[in-house]
Design a protein around this ligand. Sequence first.
Ligand SMILES: *[C@@H]1O[C@H](CO)[C@@H](O)[C@H](O)[C@H]1NC(C)=O
Length: 496
Amino acid sequence: MTTMIRRPRRLLLLLLFPLLALAPPPSAASRHDYGDALRKSILFFEGQRSGRLPPNQRVRWRHDSALHDGSGEGVDLTGGYYDAGDNVKFGFPMAFTATLLAWSVIDFGKSMGPELGNAISAVRWATDYLMKATSVPGVVYVQVGDAFRDHGCWERPEDMDTPRTTYKVDASRPGSDVAGETAAALAAASIVFRGRDPSYSARLLDRAISVFEFADRHRGAYSSSLRSAVCPFYCDFDGYQDELLWGAAWLHKASRRREYREYIKNNEHILGADDSINEFGWDNKHAGINVLISKVLMGNAQYLESFKLNADNFICSLLPGIFHPQIQYSPGGLLFKVGGSNMQHVTSLSFLLLAYSNYLSHSNQHVPCGSHSASPSLLRRIAKSQVDYILGDNPMRMSYMVGYGSKYPMRIHHRASSIPSVGAHPAHIGCKAGSKYYLSPNPNPNLLVGAVVGGPNLSDAFPDSRPVFQQSEPTTYINAPLVGLFAFFWAHPGNV
Ligand SMILES: *[C@@H]1O[C@H](CO)[C@@H](O)[C@H](O)[C@H]1NC(C)=O
């Protein structure tokens, strides 16, 4: 890790030039239709809906599904989102998705124009479910659906006949990771609804407070408590400590209560705030914690200065042209991290670059990176280069968002998209009967407009093949940060 040395500002400006040369050139005056991409990125969430679909549902090829979720336990667990191309409701990534959708609205809602209402509906579809999943005090329902049985079938959600087993964490089987993330989502959403639906906002915040208290009092990882159900799917490899800090950070932002600031300060080292600082995803919240807490501090306190230093270090690790063992760029300029579904890293890290650049701009700061310095505008340009890559500025000359541009993925790894819809084929298609659609070389019959897939490999190649799920599967947490990114670049076409 680079040691950070603060330098006089005049020197910073001089040192800026080498880094600017490393950053991608600005693309010719906004060739991309960020407004269209924004609309589609939100529409995607309607295709992922579980439960009873409302009359204003725009993705018409989807129908009601999983209407009895939770009934075996005597609770209503209908609704929420399928995480990706399957039919399981995984609470851990769903909560992370909700947190990031809410963060997108909090930071960039004013740039969403007529799409703001749809973005808020997307948040609410998740939080209505998370409220159900936390309605029993001391319990969080964290998953509906037997993931092994589900993954053994290629079935439409509307036909699904695999066991809808419910899994929960409680005092005897703790899950501070999933409960901490759920608290973060509810707290973040309470900010979204504060001026729009004050009573809903108050209920979200109250619930966030009690869910966080449960998460903190009964510490443990849900992947220990529920290992056979949640691993290897959304197994918490990274520990639950980061979600406790993350939950406290969002509760601090939402409630402004001193106790959460104290919690962060007192637990900073115990909970490893400075571990793996350049990760941000459904499992690992570290970079997000540091960026979010830095915002609170920017311009004033020495109070939690270490978070700002971590955030700066994280930003430096992403700069193209600077060697970092955990960050790479493809020859075509796409950010890469090891592990499947690379696009989740691209979108979540780009979101942090953009959010941080705005916080820096407001407090008139640069990021010191060893002998260099990074300006807010450099951070925005890197984020924009990633978004532009997704929309078509790449060696394949294709968009990685279904339905955007003229060339995009046609065979996404997604059950509902790849099997004829209930409207086109009303008869039931059973577990194994769906295999012929999975194996078909034909394009998917239903366009899941707005879905962004796992993306190309480190050589910028993309096979557009359903079985290659690491590259062809969309997920809700790939899209959630894009909602904020597209909104910003739509509203600021030249100002990058
Ligand atoms: C990417 O995929 C292409 C085509 O499938 C393959 O030739 C290439 O070796 C892959 N690159 C990496 C780094 O895996």
